[in-house]
Design a protein around this ligand. Structure first.
Ligand code: ATP
Ligand code: MG
Length: 392
């Protein structure tokens, strides 16, 4: 018996050209994720994409695991592909469905015939398959109105397909349909989740990390790598810029009022990120900020950070509580990496009493003590680029 995978697209509201772009980007992303699992054929019809392995060694379990991380997939199903012959169908169905029918008590069979030359009608197919399942599994009864599970038998052009459970997909839009944005990633819990959320809406990610050696360690940079590797399983490859930030932080420490340290620093991060983002054709910045989480994330403080950039800043976590963010970070497997105990540049030189109701003019005044343009340019020029690959 051969097993295939049927994939249902998400975002059913899409129409016309959008729909076909959505589907072709989705197919490309699926191919890329599966390419090392063995050979297979992908086909599209209506809103279903079919993956048909063409060699024995194709690892379907691993394929399913990877598909669960591909945005743009609403749901998918595994199905047994058998000869278009009733004896073959009746022989395979009970064995193939055994595990999926073990823990339920009612089912029904739905048959679909796209090949109208098949000798049995749909109701006849349903009856025969239903009978075979009842004979083999005495704990089951048929309930046509509210079954625990629906078994589908589909007679198509070349083969018959038997399937049962629907697996929920990652949802969202295929990555690549929404343009590109730059994620400011810190090594904490929030920013990887923020990046994941926008990748889910189809946006390709670049990432920017500010490092302040020797105050921050190589382990802190390793942590950012590991976080991005995990996000890349969903988003695809991520270009990472590591920006030298020590000089700027020291200059701020030596020349600005202590209660403004964090905000002046955040304004530098935004300015530098915008430069890099524009050069990379990113249309927005993404941060992991959430209103009120820390002093630099009050509404007024966020306004002061936004004042230095001229492109949209996406903050997908803005209205989320920390525990909601943590639930998501556990689900996408970034939490355990995020809680490794290495210092981020934000925790270096933290003021004892940061301003929570900052005034823009005080910040602008404080920054006059610094050679802002040169500091930004040196940081941008000193940034190191690498690609964090999507690997499994
Ligand atoms: P996170 O979990 O993202 O670390 P946090 O609660 O530590 O968030 P802050 O340190 O105030 O929050 O940072 C707010 C946002 O600023 C982060 O979500 C991230 O987008 C960005 N950011 C902070 N530090 C860095 C850094 N070293 N490099 C790049 N971006 C950063
Ligand atoms: Mg945070």
């Amino acid at each position: 018996m051969q097993e295939i995978i049927l994939i249902k697209n998400g975002e059913l509201a899409l129409k016309g050209l959008n729909r076909s772009t959505f589907e072709s980007v989705l197919v490309k992303n699926i191919k890329r994720r599966m390419q090392d699992l063995g050979s297979f054929v992908i086909s599209r019809s209506q809103s279903t994409i079919t993956i048909e392995p063409t060699d024995e060694g194709f690892d379907t379990d691993e394929a399913v695991e990877r598909l669960s991380k591909v945005f743009g997939i609403a749901a998918f199903q595994r199905a047994a592909a058998v000869e278009k012959d009733m004896d073959a169908i009746l022989a395979v169905a009970p064995a193939y469905l055994e595990a999926q029918l073990a823990d339920i008590s009612t089912f029904k069979v739905e048959a679909k015939r796209s090949d109208k030359k098949f000798p049995l009608t749909s109701p006849e197919i349903s009856r025969e398959v239903g009978g075979a399942l009842l004979g083999r599994f005495p704990h089951l009864t048929v309930d046509v109105h509210h079954p625990d599970r629906v078994v589908t038998v589909e007679i198509r052009e070349k083969k018959a397909y038997i399937r049962c459970d629907q697996i929920k997909g990652a949802g969202g839009m295929p990555v690549g349909t929404g343009g590109k944005a730059a994620l400011l990633i810190s090594g904490g819990i929030d920013s990887p989740v923020a990046g994941w959320m926008l990748a889910k809406r189809g946006i390709v990610l670049d990432a920017i990390h500010f490092a302040s050696p020797p105050f921050t360690s190589p382990q802190a940079e390793m942590k950012v790598h590991d976080l991005l590797s995990q996000v890349a399983k969903y988003s695809g490859d991520i270009g990472l810029y590591t920006v030298p930030f020590t000089e700027i932080q020291e200059q701020i420490r030596d020349n600005c009022p202590e209660e403004l340290f964090t905000l002046v620093m955040r304004r530098f991060m935004m300015r530098i990120s915008e430069r890099i983002a524009r050069r990379e054709d990113c249309a927005a910045l993404i941060t992991g900020e959430s209103v009120g989480q820390v002093a630099s994330q009050t509404m007024l403080a966020l306004g002061c950070t936004d004042a230095v950039v001229n492109m949209p800043v996406f903050r997908p976590l803005i209205g989320m509580d920390k525990d909601e963010i943590i639930i998501r970070s556990r689900q996408i497997d970034t939490f355990d990496i995020s809680i490794r105990p290495y210092e981020d540049c934000c925790t270096v030189f933290t003021p004892k009493h940061p301003r929570t109701r900052p005034k823009l003019e005080f910040l602008e005044q404080a920054e006059q003590a610094l050679d802002v343009e040169n500091l930004i340019q040196r940081a941008v020029d000193g940034a190191r680029f690498e690609i964090i690959r999507c690997t499994f």
